[in-house]
Ligand binder design. Structure first.
Ligand SMILES: C[S@@+](CC[C@H](N)C(=O)[O-])C[C@H]1O[C@@H](n2cnc3c(N)ncnc32)[C@H](O)[C@@H]1O
Length: 155
């Protein structure tokens, strides 16, 4: 499994505990890779760390499953990332996306964009269908939650 922006390995830990053969964390932040290495030390060489921007990181072949959780909230050119996901996925891709929510949206906007100067992005179901469809995925399932979407797309 490939975890795009796998961060500290919070999800990787669950995946490896559930029996995954391999978990690859492709993350741009070396500190996050270090944290995940420490957290998942007990899984030995089932853990692979790849440092760099997902669009250019040296990832070869394909993965049964790719995931990107809490990743697309801060990514401006999502279509480039979804297309790269499609290239690397032989089975299914799973990704979370934020959606506008009148309860939390204004607070998130002020916190991230005004205070932290970090733009955040929101999506609609229609945009997600287009994003994954045009990247070449054949089947796209979308589940809507209170503040976001979970997409499963099959190659
Ligand atoms: C909010 S964290 C989510 C971490 C993890 N997926 C989770 O759910 O716990 C986003 C992660 O994406 C990484 N990231 C951001 N931009 C990236 C990029 N262009 N390529 C690879 N990783 C990136 C960050 O370093 C960070 O670890």
């Amino acid at each position: 499994m490939l975890d795009i922006g796998g961060g500290s390995g919070r999800v990787g830990e669950l995946i490896l505990e559930a029996g995954a053969r391999e978990w690859v964390n492709a993350d741009i932040a070396q500190e996050m890779l270090d944290l995940s290495a420490k957290r998942l030390e007990r899984f030995g060489d089932k853990v692979q760390l790849v440092h760099g921007d997902f669009l250019t990181a040296p990832l070869e072949g394909t993965f049964d499953v790719t995931i990107a959780l809490g990743f697309f909230d801060y990514i401006p050119d999502a279509h480039l990332f979804v297309r790269r996901m499609a290239e690397l996925t032989s089975g299914s891709a799973v990704a979370s996306f934020p959606r506008w929510n009148w309860l939390k949206g204004p607070v998130r906007k002020v916190r991230y964009e005004v205070i932290d100067n970090c733009p955040i992005f929101n999506y609609t179901e229609r945009e997600l269908r287009f994003l994954f469809g045009s990247a070449g995925f054949s089947r796209v399932l979308i589940k809507q939650g209170r503040s976001g979407f979970l997409v499963r797309a099959d190659s």
